[in-house]
Design a binder for this molecule. Structure first.
Ligand SMILES: Cc1cc2nc3c(=O)[nH]c(=O)nc-3n(C[C@H](O)[C@H](O)[C@H](O)COP(=O)(O)OP(=O)(O)OC[C@H]3O[C@@H](n4cnc5c(N)ncnc54)[C@H](O)[C@@H]3O)c2cc1C
Length: 465
């Protein structure tokens, strides 16, 4: 045991199991403090996640209590300001798990230099990912830009790894306080009523994540490859917010899936594979976090139309499946993947609004927001990404609705003003000529653009690049 204090920088790792940084601290030090840096500026753009994070902090604090470990929350304008002060203390060793976002990786490099020069013991561990960044490359050493060969290689590479013997964390000798001016998680809790609805849908804890995984694998996974496309069915795992905040490690998901192995499980694991692929992409090509991966899109004639953008955000475009998705997002902090693709395509191709606007709005509203998946998801939809949907493939929101929400149940759940609309018209209510059932312009908006016109306009804009 080392005499000094073990510090653990908690970021997206709200779990006891498979938390390597925490395990290292507890096995080396008699006294351990876990700290969380609350950078208000970051959360101004990720408002929904304030709710998840404050809940998670509370949950995790009570878990750490059982191990005699204090969780201390410190408000800091920037991470750098905080660490500048910490460097002077010297009576600690420090550990954390990696976050695979270019700005975090760059900061890790800065800290590495600083801690080395100050002779302070520190260690950075693999984060919530299967293969470490950089492990999966083409035979010629360059990064994969296409998903299928990436995942074929990554899956094989990971399955051949010999898993380290799982160790459990033990109780620390004594609970101690370390930092001054600590704040309570209630200060992170958002004030707006918006978030109150989230309580109904989510319980941000490690136990819930494991329970959700078990429930999914015990039943829904068998029909995953089909049901995952239908937004009115709970056909997917809904694990994304838990994965993002680290309530569950993807290695745990892999291990549990490996016990089953069938086509549907492989399909499910391939989605985890897309997450791995996206993390690899943004780290090899960091510019794509805010610019087009494919440079030819830099000349795309995007339009600035605040009226359209706001109608989209509010779920008032007049296209039922789009509006249902946007309202599901606002009410629950989550949106079904199929519908993410439909609303994304609508913004970018029907309204010709730059994907960066959609990315920003999702970032603010999604509980599962993570840079890799969001940026890549949006660039996939826009056609500007690596291995993306071709731009000329323009989702028709009426046909998508007919195909994936045939009876309109999903639409009616989130757009109650369409409750009386018969099935035949549910995805094109403008064709229903019955003011007793629906009066367009009063009960529900007229479509803000006409599908075929918007499609033609998008195609000719695309031709320009
Ligand atoms: C425009 C757009 C934006 C997106 N933004 C995000 C985001 O910020 N955060 C996020 O986690 N996902 C994002 N996705 C991917 C996907 O929509 C969600 O991961 C998925 O809907 C989460 O639901 P689930 O946990 O039930 O998924 P499941 O189908 O149960 O899949 C299991 C896990 O695999 C991963 N996964 C599933 N689908 C994808 C995918 N298409 N790409 C990458 N990883 C995937 C997720 O971690 C997910 O939790 C985005 C997709 C699009 C089209």
């Amino acid at each position: 045991m080392i005499k000094n204090i073990g510090l653990v920088w908690l970021r997206d790792d709200f779990r006891i199991n498979k938390n390597t940084a925490l395990l290292e601290a507890v096995s080396k030090h008699e006294q351990v403090v876990v700290f969380f840096l609350y950078k208000e500026k970051k959360f101004l753009e990720q408002e929904a996640q304030k709710w998840w994070v404050s809940k998670s902090l509370k949950q995790f604090r009570s878990k750490l209590d059982l191990y005699n470990i204090n969780l201390e929350i410190i408000r800091s304008e920037t991470y750098k300001i905080f660490f500048e002060k910490l460097f002077d203390k010297k009576n600690f060793s420090i550990y954390w798990n990696r976050i695979y976002e270019p700005s975090y990786i760059k900061f890790d490099e800065y800290l590495t230099k600083k801690f080395n020069s100050k002779n302070i013991e520190f260690k950075i561990f693999k984060g919530n990912i299967l293969n470490e960044f950089g492990e999966i490359k083409k035979a010629d050493g360059t990064p994969f830009k296409v998903f299928t060969p990436f995942w074929r290689t990554a899956e094989k590479f990971y399955s051949e790894k010999i898993p380290p013997k799982e160790k459990k964390i033990s109780k620390c000798a004594k609970k101690i306080k370390y930092f001054k001016n600590i704040i309570n998680e209630s200060e992170i809790y958002p004030y707006k009523n918006w978030f109150k609805k989230f309580e109904k849908f989510w319980d941000p804890s490690e136990e819930s994540a494991l329970r959700e995984l078990k429930n999914f694998l015990n039943s829904r996974v068998n029909n995953y490859s089909v049901n995952r496309n239908f937004p009115n069915t709970i056909g997917t795992s809904k694990l994304s917010p838990y994965i993002k905040h680290g309530q569950i490690h993807v290695e745990t998901i892999w291990e549990e899936c490996s016990k089953l192995k069938n086509i549907s499980v492989s399909k499910f694991l391939a989605e985890i594979g897309w997450r791995e692929f996206n993390h690899s992409l943004i780290n090899y090509f960091p510019y794509m976090c805010n610019k087009n991966y494919s440079k030819k899109f830099d000349d795309f004639p995007w339009e600035k139309n605040l009226k359209f953008l706001n109608a989209w955000k509010k779920g008032k475009t007049g296209y039922p499946i789009v509006d249902a998705g946007m309202r599901e997002l606002y009410s629950t902090g989550w949106m079904h993947n199929r519908v993410r693709m439909i609303v994304g395509s609508f913004l970018v191709k029907h309204l010709l609004i730059n994907w960066t606007e959609g990315e920003k709005y999702f970032k603010n509203c999604l509980l599962d927001y993570n840079q890799a998946n969001n940026v890549s998801g949006w660039q996939w939809v826009a056609g500007s990404g690596a291995d993306a949907a071709p731009y000329f493939r323009i989702f028709n929101p009426i046909l998508q609705g007919d195909k994936f929400d045939k009876n309109g149940e999903y639409v009616k759940k989130w757009v109650p003003e369409l409750k009386k609309v018969p099935k035949k018209f549910i995805h094109k209510p403008w064709e229903l000529n019955d003011n007793n059932l629906l009066k367009l312009g009063r009960d529900y908006p007229y479509p803000i653009v006409i599908h075929e016109e918007a499609r033609q306009k998008a195609l000719s804009a695309f031709k320009k690049i």
